[in-house]
Design a protein. Structure first.
Length: 255
């Protein structure tokens, strides 16, 4: 394996685990400890990794700033993980409930896994893509606000959307997110979309975060939610372990 490939893999482990030990990496890659030390020194100089005795770790202030992709690009990224998450989310939906799906490719996939035994649910969504898909399901009544359509996310935003959402009593809200960090919580690149999502959360009895591993240890422009608002994190099996520990310590379920 070339050094650049090994360093890329080590960086991925750091983002997932939060820290690494040089001896463990040396055994894994079948190289000497001095080679791993050089790799870690390179990552410290070029990727903001912090060195410690016997290894390295990622400090909170070294998290990536996350650039929002358009919805079409999102639909083709991490599809296997998103479908796994969507299936777990759909299993929580009960007949007769009013649920909310904010926007994004993961929440859109939830519609593919709604149990056939469900005869009637109401779906409030900010996303025109989700609404178009939901309207094809015979057991779903769709509600969608008006307002300004934000093209990059295909989500409605603005005062009209917020007023419309405020009328509802949502049983369960499944919230797709852009970026998640331990220090900043959930962050987003659009102030208008933040306000609309906060309105949605405020009328929901239970909020669930749906996020694949690529969203973690990322920070976007402005704060949207504290992690404590979520009853559960619905995630894949690749998220950094520190978020599992955080959830356990704060009575947040991991699904």
């Amino acid at each position: 394996m070339l050094p650049i490939e090994r360093r890329k893999e080590i960086m991925a482990i750091l983002r997932r685990e939060g820290s690494v030990k040089a001896e463990e990496l040396a055994r894994h890659y079948e190289v000497g400890v001095p080679t791993i030390r050089r790799d870690l020194k390179y990552l410290a100089q070029n990727q903001g990794v912090s060195l410690m005795y016997g290894g390295a770790y990622i400090a909170e202030n070294s998290q990536e700033t996350f650039k929002e992709l358009n919805i079409v690009s999102k639909q083709h990224e991490h599809v296997e993980e998103k479908r796994m998450i969507a299936k777990k989310a759909a299993a929580l939906i009960r007949d007769g409930e009013t649920i909310a799906l904010n926007s994004g490719s993961t929440v859109e996939f939830i519609l593919d896994y709604i149990d056939e035994s469900i005869t009637n649910i109401n779906v409030l969504t900010l996303s025109i893509n989700v609404a178009v898909k939901a309207r094809t399901l015979p057991n779903v009544t769709v509600y969608m606000p008006g307002g300004k359509l934000r093209s990059i996310s295909s989500a409605f935003i603005g005062s009209s959307a917020n007023e419309f959402i405020s009328q509802f009593n949502i049983d369960k809200a499944f919230m797709g997110v852009l970026a998640v960090s331990m220090k900043k919580g959930v962050t987003h690149s659009s102030l208008d979309e933040i306000i609309t999502n906060k309105t949605l959360a405020s009328v929901s009895n239970h909020c669930y975060m749906v996020a694949d591993y690529s969203k973690f240890d990322k920070v976007s422009m402005a704060n949207m939610f504290d992690l404590e608002i979520f009853e559960a994190f619905i995630v894949d099996d690749k998220i950094p372990k520190k978020y599992l520990e955080y959830a356990k310590n704060n009575d947040i379920e991991i699904l």
